[in-house]
Design a protein around this ligand. Structure first.
Ligand code: NAP
Length: 454
């Protein structure tokens, strides 16, 4: 175990982003360095990041993992939360480095990847990330509107986010009401006319990115028929042993067939979107059927064939992955949308030399893959690199004394949300939930969040 390492007091670390990777990093640091002081920042007055805004409302139990880490960090007595503080606006990277030995960026991947096809900007064509943030009550997405007056919606992509969206669109109002879905989303979904969701995969079922528990969970949609199309062909079924269960589950749904239920979830494989069609708004999706080919490296890729068709639909969600935004004053790898790094040390992309005291963890480090738990290993690796650098004297001593930091922060942001203020929000939301028979009622307007926090 490394001890506090610098000549002038304890190791001071700033963590930017309070989602799972930031919380894991905080707890790991506090555990491995018994003198360390951690200051965690979030742009929002809410602690939790993607655990709050990315996890589907019917999976709320997954959010609890981060709540445990939040309590562990707090129990150390060496952790503080500063919500409603944006790095790059209220404080710069240099401000953080002037007051801390190291900064860990764990602000995740807030944007989406585009398909790069015509019609993507039509009304009714949405990024999955926006819809997810909207139904989870993210203040930035509170006023987005989703017109669910159409009977068929298409979700492009074969990842777990695509399944989250399909479930939320198809779940009964009673089941949704039992979750912590945002009130504004519950109202819109309660009058939804969507009866069919088509989930489009460009490759076969064996190559889909869904995980088995999420596929299994589709069973709980008891008024929904699950229909499978395009799952035949040797390559479409060439499955790695660890993914065999996924294929088995998809086969079971295919065998079960149509049971005459009022709603339908169509898993359509070997199909790519070509163009989103419509005049004023989305009216359909032009698609092409694919065959599969194995490349020399063994990767199975989709090749478009001649067969083109149109799926009529009033809504298209692109769910083809999240994308991180660049961080002010730091290099960015545009192709991978990550901070260039070696084992969590942010590096100069040209020389691959580490930038002193600058680290990254989570989706901003490795790209948007893996569930909440995957961040634990990732953050542990970053913290190991940071502590190794501290022990080797590779961190610069902060230019400013620790007690000057609070004054700087207050001078830049008057509406600071500390941990106690965040807890007032948390308690209020849970009490509102209890009063209405729900787990919690999340606030989604900044003015309400700040008012309750005060
Ligand atoms: P993902 O797992 O990376 O899936 C992205 C999907 O988009 C893939 O099926 C990919 O197909 C497809 N795709 C990419 N470009 C495409 C294109 N141009 N046309 C058609 N399809 C395209 O991403 P995600 O669903 O956003 O999930 C992100 C991470 O969060 C994943 O690790 C996921 O497991 C995790 N997550 C977990 C849960 C959970 O545990 N319940 C819930 C939500 C998210 P190819 O494979 O052919 O590229």
């Amino acid at each position: 175990m490394s001890r506090s390492l610098t000549h002038h007091g304890p190791l001071r670390v700033a963590i930017v982003g309070s989602g799972p990777s930031g919380l894991y990093a905080a707890v790991e640091l506090l555990k491995k360095n018994p003198g360390a002081q951690v200051e965690m920042f979030d742009r929002l007055p809410i602690l939790g990041g993607l655990a709050r805004f990315g996890v589907a409302p019917d999976h709320a139990v997954r959010r609890r993992v981060t709540a445990v880490y939040e309590r562990l960090a707090l129990a150390s007595g060496r952790y503080r939360f500063h919500g409603n503080v944006e790095i790059g606006r209220h404080l710069s990277h240099q401000d953080l480095l002037a007051h801390h030995h190291a900064v860990v960026y764990s602000s995740g991947a807030a944007s989406d990847r585009r398909l790069g096809i015509g019609g993507e900007d039509l009304k009714g064509s949405h990024a999955a990330t926006e819809f997810v943030a909207w139904y989870n009550g993210h203040p930035d997405f509170r006023d987005r509107s989703f017109d669910l007056s159409t009977e068929r919606a298409i979700v492009v992509g074969n990842g777990n986010v695509a399944l989250d969206i399909a479930r939320v669109l198809l779940l009964s109002t009673d089941k949704l009401r039992a979750t912590d879905i945002a009130d504004h989303a519950l109202t819109v979904l309660a009058s939804s006319k969507v009866r069919e969701v088509v989930v489009l995969g460009r490759r076969g079922p064996a190559q889909a990115a869904f995980t088995a528990p999420e596929l299994l969970e589709l069973e709980s949609l008891d008024d929904v028929d699950i229909v499978v199309e395009g799952s035949v062909g040797a390559l479409a079924r060439q499955v790695r042993p660890e993914h065999a269960l996924r294929l088995q589950l998809i086969d079971e749904y295919a065998r079960r067939g149509v049971l005459g239920r009022p709603k339908r979830l169509l898993l359509r494989f070997l199909t790519s979107p070509v163009e989103i069609l419509g005049q004023e708004r989305v009216e359909g999706l032009r698609v092409v059927s694919n065959s599969l080919a194995a490349q020399n490296d063994g990767v199975i890729v989709a090749k478009p064939m001649d067969s083109v068709g149109i799926i009529p639909a009033g809504l298209v969600f692109r769910s083809v992955g999240y994308r991180a935004n660049a961080v002010a004053d730091l290099p960015f790898d545009e192709a991978r949308a990550v901070l260039p790094n070696e084992l969590g040390r942010v590096v100069d992309p040209a020389t691959r030399q580490p930038l002193t005291g600058t680290y990254v963890a989570g989706w901003l480090k490795r790209g948007p893959s893996g569930g909440i738990g995957a961040n634990k290993v990732c953050s542990r690796q970053t913290v190991a690199a940071l502590l190794e650098d501290a022990a080797a004297g590779r961190l610069a001593e902060p230019a400013e004394l620790a007690d000057r930091f609070d004054r700087l922060l207050e001078s830049r942001q008057s509406a600071l949300i500390d941990y106690r203020a965040w807890k007032r929000i948390d308690r209020y939301e849970r009490n509102q939930g209890a009063a209405t028979g729900r787990t919690r009622v999340n606030l989604s307007r900044m003015e309400d969040l700040l008012r309750i926090a005060r």
